[in-house]
Structures are given as C-alpha cells and as structure tokens.
Ligand binder design. Structure first.
Ligand code: ZN
Length: 195
C-alpha cells in the first residue's frame, strides 16, 4: 500500500498523521473520561437494586455514543464544527456557541496532551508495532489518570488490591514466610493511610 510505504519512508509525514489522528482520539478520551465513571455508577446501582430485589430505576440510554454531546449549561447539542479538537475551543474562545457558558480548558488540554504524547511516541519508535502498542497504552493511561483525578476509583481499586496482597502476606506469615509479610506490612500501612 502506497500510504504505508510513505509512512515508512517519510517519518515526519508519519508523525504528523499520528498527531492529527491522536487529537481526534483525545477528543474521544474526553468523552470516555466524562462518561465511563457515570456508566459504571449506573451499572453498580442496577446491580445493587437487583441484589436487594428492587426494580432498577428506569433511565434513558447512556453510553460512549448516546446521547450526543451537549453543553452542560444550556443543553445546546455540540455539532461537528464545534467539536474539532483544539481548533473549536480556540475559535469559540472557550465558550459555548449558544449560551457563552465557559467550557473547561481541560477538554483542549486532554486533546493537546494526547496529541503531543502520541507524536513523541511516533517520532521515538517510528512506523512500527512498538508505536502501535505504545499509543494504545498511552491513550488508556491518559483516560485512567483523568478518571482517577475525578473519582479516585483507580486509587480505591489499587488500595483494595494492596489490602489483598497484605492479607495474603499475613496468611503466608502464619506458615512461616517473613518476607511477604514485611512487604505486605509496608503496603498495608500505605493502604491504611487513605481510608
Ligand atoms: Zn451552552
């Protein structure tokens, strides 16, 4: 394929293509960061209702695609032209096109961060499978980091795993293994720092 040969032959062209694609990915990551925790919360509430034998509350469909993005202040649906990564934010001066409510600078920040990091990866590893794997990893990390910033879900999950390691280590100690216990003790202390 000529395009693949061009990616291989002209690294600058490849990096540019990756940056452009990644800006769009960054835009999608904003949706993931905003909606994934809400989707999880809905799922947990539904599971709790089922566990308690209650009928789960009826709610309109909500996933990464539905409903379409809208201004949180006035409900104005965000059209394709208002959704161009970085460009739309700059053109609109960081305000909703309809009600002029301020749009969080975090949206363009996530897009710029995704574009810059992806561009660096493409430049560093070139047109290769390493780049493909590193990009997917970087995108997932950006989403998880910002979700954790908002919700602390990640930190909570990490602390729960640490507690499990700690308990496993304590069980190990009863059978006479000192090192896992010491390790678990350290991890456990850290886990207890933030209840
Ligand atoms: Zn608005």
């Amino acid at each position: 394929m000529p395009l693949l040969h061009a990616f291989d032959a002209y690294p600058a062209f490849f990096v540019t293509a990756v940056v452009v694609l990644s800006l769009a990915i960054g835009s999608f990551l904003n949706v993931v960061i905003h909606r994934l925790p809400k989707m999880l919360e809905r799922q947990w509430r539904a599971e709790l209702a089922e566990f308690e034998g209650r009928e789960p509350a009826a709610a309109p469909r909500y996933n990464l695609v539905v409903p379409r993005s809208q201004c949180p202040a006035c409900g104005h649906p965000i059209g394709a032209l208002e959704n161009i990564p970085l460009v739309s934010y700059l053109v609109l001066g960081g305000k909703c096109a309809a009600c002029k409510a301020r749009i969080s600078p975090r949206y363009p920040l996530v897009e710029a961060l995704t574009g810059a990091l992806s561009g660096y990866i493409a430049w560093r590893f070139g047109f290769s499978w390493t780049t493909a794997a590193a990009l997917v990893f970087a995108w997932a990390m950006i989403a998880l980091a910002f979700i954790d910033l908002d919700t602390f879900y990640l930190g909570r999950a990490a602390r729960q795993s640490l507690r499990r390691v700690h308990h496993a280590a304590l069980r190990g100690d009863r059978r006479g293994s000192g090192l896992p216990c010491a390790l678990g003790g350290v991890l456990g202390l850290q886990a207890r720092d933030r209840p």
